[in-house]
Unconditional design. Structure first.
Length: 552
């Protein structure tokens, strides 16, 4: 017979959102909180050394190692989707880029039915989460758990990228998370004193000494238990042994963009016809579960570098050993950065109101998710469109919780999305052609000088573009018939059950998703505890004054 325990709150998933919730809810010392995490502890040095991030992306030790269905608009390719399966979730695996998205993303959420989630209403929660090394202001936090620093940009290629953007006519953005996102500038990172500052480091580990907080690792939640229209607990397996945990107050799914919709479906919550197809008894009809899946697609523009100043030197075993020793002993040197220290947000054309193309610049190259090392000194821009119009779905492949779900992002189904990726290539080539890169620019490695026409560029995109690891949206927040949760993050039509993670985003934000996910959990914590929301901010935000008629 399965063991059974009782808590006030059960949080499924110790990722970015789950860590925040564990900390904020357990701060109420009279409430017992259980966190169930399918993966292990985050005790590997490869997690904590920023420069070692690729190692965790290319194996399944801390990683769900998902793959999509073949993509019909991308030459039938099966795409690799790494997601964190470890304490800290994907914040323990990601590239540590701290980007909040554009203010107009949240205005769009609110206008679409997510009442209470406008920019002025979410900005205080971004600030509450953060301590920025440069100090706080009307936009940035100064005393939150999440440590955020700005890259030192010691490699001259970082500055060359920003200078090239200015030479091409784009503005300079000194803080992409402040008043103005649009432009070229330095990037912020969740790195503190040379270490990855994951959500686990920021929120969970400081709270684990509390007697009312229980964290169980290697515990796979298999089903939400629903009785008479209310979630009353969960069934899970830990080290192969079945167990049941009961929730007096709420069950909160924070498993992430894939696990949360999968768990709802496994629990009989979703489209009844689909559930019957895979042998799951329907419990609550909610057709939007698993729908509205979104992601950022990106590609790489790579150039040979004519000076030996890139990270290619680290392929030398002696140099690599020096980097490792310096990091282990002093938390200094090349090991302290993910080396995505400059970037940009631009608009693809006139008539686009806020940036729909993002850049991460790297003084090296990444091929096949880091599985193929560089062969020469080289640099690249990661570039992709921000608000694709093609959406996909997550469905069950099996009623077995250990079997990965069917993941179909439906990339490039719409012509607008194909046009935007084409524009990414053309605009990046223009930027790399500026004078700032003259001392460094060698031959173009990818796409290559033979890729020129629209048809050739489209073929390159289909063959080489890949996920930016930003899935979201499959438990959409809103009020329409396809919404899964309401603006309070409550699963519609059921009591005692919420979803709090990137899956509830009504639409994808213009940037990386870790910072917005942490914000969502900060805001949801107040909702769960019955507190009044933080007072909204009236801080203004930038919109290009000539956006209707000018691309830059």
């Amino acid at each position: 017979m399965a063991a059974e325990e009782t808590y006030d709150y059960i949080i499924v998933g110790a990722g970015s959102a789950g860590c925040v919730l564990a900390n904020r809810l357990s701060a109420e010392t009279d409430r017992k909180v259980l966190v169930l995490e399918a993966g292990p502890e985050d005790n590997s040095w490869r997690i904590h050394m920023p420069a070692a991030l690729v190692h965790n992306l290319i194996d399944d030790r801390f990683n769900w190692f998902y793959q999509t269905e073949p993509q019909p608009h991308m030459d039938g390719r099966v795409m690799y989707w790494p997601r964190g399966r470890v304490i800290g979730g994907s914040s323990s695996l990601n590239a540590m880029v701290y980007v909040r998205g554009n203010a107009l993303d949240y205005e769009r959420w609110a206008a679409g039915g997510a009442q209470g989630w406008s920019y002025g209403e979410v900005l205080p929660y971004f600030r509450r989460a953060e301590t920025r090394a440069k100090g706080g202001d009307a936009y940035r936090g100064g005393d939150g758990p999440l440590r955020v620093s700005t890259g030192p940009m010691r490699n001259p290629l970082f500055r060359a990228f920003i200078a090239a953007g200015k030479q091409a006519g784009y503005p300079y953005a000194d803080d992409m998370n402040g008043f103005q996102q649009e432009g070229f500038g330095p990037m912020d990172m969740t790195i503190h004193q040379g270490r990855r500052w994951s959500a686990a480091m920021a929120y969970l580990h400081p709270a684990r000494a509390r007697a009312n907080l229980t964290v169980k690792t290697r515990a796979l939640t298999t089903r939400v238990l629903v009785e008479r229209g209310r979630a009353v607990g969960v069934a899970y397996r830990q080290d192969g042994r079945p167990a049941v945990a009961r929730a007096v107050r709420e069950v909160i799914l924070a498993g992430g963009a894939i696990n949360s919709p999968q768990l709802l479906l496994l629990s009989g919550i979703g489209d009844a016809d689909h559930l019957r197809e895979v042998g799951v008894a329907p419990v609550h009809q909610l057709p939007g579960v698993g729908r509205n899946l979104q992601d950022h697609l990106e590609l790489w523009i790579q150039h040979e570098c004519t000076q030996p100043i890139t990270l290619h030197s680290v392929n030398n075993p002696l140099v690599r050993a020096k980097v490792g020793i310096e990091w282990f002993l002093f938390k200094s040197g090349l090991g302290t950065s993910a080396h995505l220290e400059s970037g940009a947000f631009i608009r693809s054309e006139a008539g686009v109101k806020h940036p729909d193309i993002q850049y991460h610049f790297l003084p090296s190259v990444v091929n096949d998710h880091g599985r193929v090392p560089s062969t020469c000194h080289s640099f690249q821009a990661h570039v992709g469109s921000m608000r694709a119009t093609s959406t996909g779905a997550i469905r069950l492949r099996s009623s077995d919780p250990a079997v990965h779900p069917l993941i179909d992002p439906n990339y490039l189904a719409n012509e607008r999305d194909r046009w935007e990726m084409r524009a990414c290539v053309k605009l990046t080539r223009e930027i790399f052609s500026q004078k700032a890169f003259d001392p460094y620019r060698g031959r173009e490695l990818l796409p290559g000088s033979d890729v020129r026409t629209d048809a050739e560029i489209d073929a390159y995109v289909r063959a080489r573009a890949d996920s930016a690891y930003h899935p979201c949206g499959a438990c959409k927040m809103g009020t329409d018939e396809m919404a899964v949760v309401d603006p309070q993050c409550r699963v519609r039509g059921l009591e005692g059950l919420r979803v709090v993670d990137a899956s509830i985003m009504p639409s994808i934000v213009s940037g990386n998703l870790n910072a917005p996910t942490i914000m969502i959990a900060e805001k949801a914590a107040d909702m769960i505890l019955g507190r009044a929301p933080l007072p909204p901010s009236n801080a203004p935000f930038f919109v290009h004054p000539a956006w209707e008629s000018k691309q830059r």
